[in-house]
Write a protein that binds this ligand. Structure first.
Ligand SMILES: Cc1ncc(COP(=O)(O)O)c(C=O)c1O
Length: 499
């Protein structure tokens, strides 16, 4: 029988002839290089509404017929360059979203082209070992034991989830994986975190069946650090009620102000109480590489598990989170199954199967972009980049402090908070505070849509603050020095309208 048309040789609608791929690739890379060169002159963000963005995208139903890939790639590049919030822009200071390493972008291209499935060693021999090496290097950077377990996940939220699940499997005295939280012998589980902890913990308590009421929010001191005596009292009270204290979360770099909890004391208390000690270092843990690292970070080495985000302060393109678990077998024990349709070697020399160490089955090759950047900069390069970010944040704090229209609040790691206080307004009185809050909230909205500088906010002791987080290797002194003038100019407009 004759082969059906188009099958010998096969002509697939999605294939690109290698020569065509080369041409399109060169064109796309050229467009990206031009984009990177012109980044500083572009607005940091677009002020377009969703409907304007939809109009730019073009409506219409799913296309019935295909289109030429060169046109599509050129159009996609143009759309992205012109209608995005540019977190690689030197004046992007918002949230904890870093500039992305260009080598990481090329790494992602390479990873997608080879497309290893890093769930199982047979599907990804090189990628599996490269991920394992990346995990060891990240552990080394943080001063954590390099024989730990760990893997890359989508981000900080997921990395923290994995830490909690490892704790739950390891510390629940019944078979929680089989019998769940409703088992006859189950105790109510409790997790402890400061009031400054990122919202991942609510999602985790909710998703994994503990319920958000299981979270004990521990108050903080004037520096937004967890109060250890309050933690001790809460644990004791929960034991009296028959609940099971499962997990203490210390944060190394809180999302609002970059505060670092007293990790050493938390490690001591957790050990004494037999509670799993997890550190959310999603943002701040890489600061451990600094020669003058905050001393609290030395206790990262004592954590049972750590979440750290390469897509934050290791500057990896999204997405890349990482979890490290001191006892590799405890991590495996939280996730492994042996379905009949997979064949895995067992034994001491058996290869790593990442499907055993985390929630995902098929897994992309996130490690490559992180590995390439770690090699490109080395420990020394990362220490320099992180130190520069910290220095720039402090410079902004100094500038705000010296300016009569600005009020400097906090500067920790690479986060500085400050606010605009319009001339003639008496901050500190209830009416003055209310007005200053309103002005700063409106001011932030205008800055975020204005395109000159992109900041975010923090609320500290009821004060609505502007917040700059420098996790951006493209930001320089002139970018930071531009911030006060922009804030005061736009702030004066807002104050005139609201005052
Ligand atoms: C301290 C901290 N933990 C966790 C997260 C969540 O990380 P992701 O957004 O990558 O899920 C963040 C995000 O900013 C964070 O600052």
């Amino acid at each position: 029988m004759d082969a059906p048309r188009d099958l010998d040789p096969r002509r697939a609608p999605l294939e690109l002839d290698p020569d065509e791929f080369r041409r399109l690739g060169h064109e796309t890379v050229d467009a990206i290089a031009d984009f990177l060169r012109t980044l500083p002159e572009r607005p940091v963000t677009t002020s377009e509404s969703p409907s304007e963005i939809r109009a730019a995208l073009g409506g219409g139903a799913l296309p019935e017929r295909g289109a030429p890939p060169d046109e599509l790639l050129a159009e996609a590049a143009r759309l992205l360059f012109d209608h995005s919030a540019l977190n690689g822009h030197p004046r992007f200071f918002a949230y904890i979203t870093s500039s992305a390493t260009p080598i990481g972008a090329l790494g992602d291209l390479l990873a997608a082209a080879v497309n290893p499935n890093v769930g199982g060693f047979p599907l990804a021999p090189l990628a599996t070992e490269l991920e394992a090496q990346t995990i060891r290097w990240i552990a080394e950077l943080l001063g954590y034991p390099t024989d730990c377990g760990g893997l890359l996940v989508s981000g900080g939220t997921m990395a923290n989830f994995v830490g909690l699940l490892a704790a739950r499997a390891a510390r629940a005295p019944w078979d929680v994986r089989a019998d769940g939280l409703a088992a006859a012998e189950a105790a109510r589980l409790r997790v402890y975190a400061s009031a400054e902890t990122h919202t991942w913990i609510q999602k985790a308590a909710d998703l994994f069946g503990l319920g958000t009421e299981a979270i004990r929010w521990i108050e903080t001191d004037g520096e937004q650090r967890m109060l250890v005596p309050a933690l001790r009292e809460q644990i004791a009270a929960d034991r009296v009620e028959g609940a099971l204290p499962l997990l203490v979360v210390g944060t190394a770099g809180t999302v609002s102000t970059g505060a670092i909890d007293p990790l050493d004391e938390l490690a001591d208390l957790s050990r004494r109480e037999g509670i799993w000690f997890h550190v959310d270092g999603a943002y701040g843990a890489p600061a451990a590489v600094l020669p003058d690292a905050p001393p609290e970070l030395a206790a990262l080495a004592r954590a049972d598990s750590i979440a750290v985000d390469p897509h934050k302060w290791l500057y990896a393109p999204l997405e890349a989170g990482c979890v490290l678990v001191r006892d590799r077998e405890k991590l495996r024990a939280a996730f492994t199954y042996r379905p009949p349709y997979y064949r895995f070697e067992e034994g001491a020399d058996a290869p790593i199967q990442y499907v055993d160490f985390g929630p995902q089955n098929s897994r992309g090759f996130r490690a490559l972009k992180v590995w390439l950047a770690l090699r490109q900069a080395g420990r020394e390069g990362y220490a320099r980049a992180i130190a520069q970010d910290v220095e720039l944040a402090r410079e902004l704090h100094r500038l705000a402090d010296a300016d009569p229209e600005l009020e400097a609040w906090t500067t920790k790691l690479s986060i500085t908070t400050f606010r605009y206080v319009p001339r003639g307004v008496e901050a500190g009185t209830p009416a003055g505070e209310e007005l200053v809050n309103r002005v700063n909230e409106e001011l932030l909205g205008r800055l975020q849509s204005g395109g000159e500088v992109f900041l975010s906010n923090a609320v500290v002791r009821g004060a609505y603050l502007l917040r700059a987080c420098v996790v951006n290797f493209r930001t320089g002194l002139r970018d930071v020095r531009a911030v006060p003038e922009i804030v005061k100019r736009v702030g004066a407009e807002v104050a005139a309208e609201l005052g």
